[in-house]
Design a protein around this ligand. Structure first.
Ligand code: ATP
Length: 405
């Protein structure tokens, strides 16, 4: 088993789809006729057609894991389906060496009326294993999937999670040379997902893995290379997953973002970040790692507003909307309303977030005179915060202050 052996070679791969079913059927008939005549014109788009995958090229060796990332509809699943031979490309070529294990669509590859056990035998046979070889692997697959008590039940009665468990176990335990995993893994519960990601990391040394995910921490964890797809066009980041994730994050950035206030109790008169007005300017703030983040805000409450205490929490979320840090005041702060306006300041002296783009949200919680907790409102994503100066390959958002002995 050579380690620099190219297992997947993709050259000029393109696939177009049609937005309209009737037109698509009509083009299908026309293509069939022109195909018979030997007059194919695959590289031209006709009305209502678009490229789902456009001129994608890459090579993948044993020991490499390629992450496919991109917005919804970017073409990731289409590319995987072409690689797995489920759909035919309009042009280009895929060369795959060895056995392919794939988990693409939920339940795809399984016969719904057959039991889990029978499906394992079917899949094994398709992959070229003899009955005896499958017998030897059966227990491992059932153990990995952890669905022993349901293994003789028809797959059509499996829950989504159970289908994913069986699908991944079959794909991973059949010693594939190329392992193709789509986002369906997300359906599994947390325990199973962790087990799968560990398995993928373990397998990467023995095979080539192609992995689709919207979870950048997972991409950072398992991938060695990345392709960022945008409307079918791939940008290849060879050996630089960090830069691919950065480009993915940046692709979400809008030049102008408006402040979105959800509250029946207050409106926002002003929010400053490090002295920059979020109402007046483009709400993107650039900050170096470890520097100060200062937020000042002025909220105007309704005239008849009566509360005894208020709590503000400033939540920092990453691009996948995961809260990565929070700063909040003590709940017993007396509400200081002057002309129905509250001013508050938050000073975070050292923001130890790694280089990335984050969003800021403000939550305002109150307590009535009889101490009932009440959510007064939220100011959503009022700033995009771009932290620079501390790249972190493992995509960990926070660097902890630590002393090492
Ligand atoms: N069979 C089909 N017929 C027509 N259009 C299709 C077909 N399959 C996919 N598409 C379109 O091709 C584009 C790419 O779809 P694809 O499923 O590959 O995207 P994706 O990157 O996997 O998206 P997501 O992140 O949402 O899963 C989309 O616009 C989709 O609507």
């Amino acid at each position: 088993m050579e380690n620099d052996e190219v297992l997947v070679k993709v050259e000029g791969l393109s696939k177009k789809f049609c937005k309209d079913l009737k037109t698509s059927l009509w083009y299908g008939i026309k293509d069939l006729i022109s195909g018979v005549k030997g007059n194919k014109n695959e590289r031209v788009l006709r009305p209502k057609e678009f490229w789902a995958v456009k001129d994608v090229n890459f090579e993948l060796k044993r020991g490499e894991c390629l992450g496919l990332i991109g917005h919804n509809g970017a073409g990731k699943s289409t590319l995987l389906k072409i690689l797995n031979g489920l759909i035919k490309p309009d042009s280009g070529q895929v060369t795959i060496k060895g056995r392919v294990g794939a988990l693409i669509e939920l339940g795809a590859g399984f016969n719904p009326i057959l039991s889990g056990r029978e499906n394992i035998y079917n899949n094994g046979a398709i992959l070229g294993f003899s009955r005896k070889e499958i017998d030897d692997k059966l227990e491992e697959i059932i153990d990995f999937a952890e669905i022993r008590e349901f293994i003789d039940m028809p797959v059509q009665n499996y829950s989504s999670g159970m289908k994913v468990r069986l699908g991944f176990a079959v794909a991973a335990q059949m010693e594939p040379d190329v392992l193709i995993i789509d986002e369906v893994l997300a359906v599994g519960d947390v325990g199973f997902k962790i087990k799968c990601y560990n398995k993928i990391s373990e397998m990467t040394s023995k095979c080539a893995v192609i992995f689709v995910s919207h979870s950048m921490p997972q991409i950072a964890r398992v991938c060695t290379d990345c392709i960022l797809l945008n409307r079918g066009v791939g940008e290849y980041f060879e050996g630089d997953v960090g830069r691919a994730i950065e480009a993915y994050d940046k692709s979400f950035f809008k030049e102008e973002s408006t402040i979105n206030v959800i509250s029946d109790y207050f409106s926002v008169e002003e929010i400053f970040i490090n002295g920059n007005s979020m109402l007046k300017s483009n709400s993107r703030i650039k900050l170096s790692f470890g520097k100060q983040l200062l937020v000042n805000s002025k909220l105007r409450f309704l005239n008849d507003f009566k509360l005894s205490k208020v709590q503000f929490s400033l939540v920092i979320t990453d691009k996948s909307q995961r809260a990565v840090a929070i700063a909040e005041n003590e709940f017993d702060t007396k509400l200081k309303l002057i002309d129905n306006v509250i001013n508050f300041n938050v000073n975070i002296q050292e923001l130890n977030l790694t280089s990335n783009i984050y969003s800021l949200t403000l939550n305002v919680i109150g307590r009535t005179v009889n101490n009932t907790r009440i959510v007064l409102g939220r100011v959503l994503y009022f700033s995009e915060l771009e932290v620079i100066g501390k790249k972190q390959e493992s995509y960990a958002p926070v660097i902890l202050n630590s002393k090492w002995g």
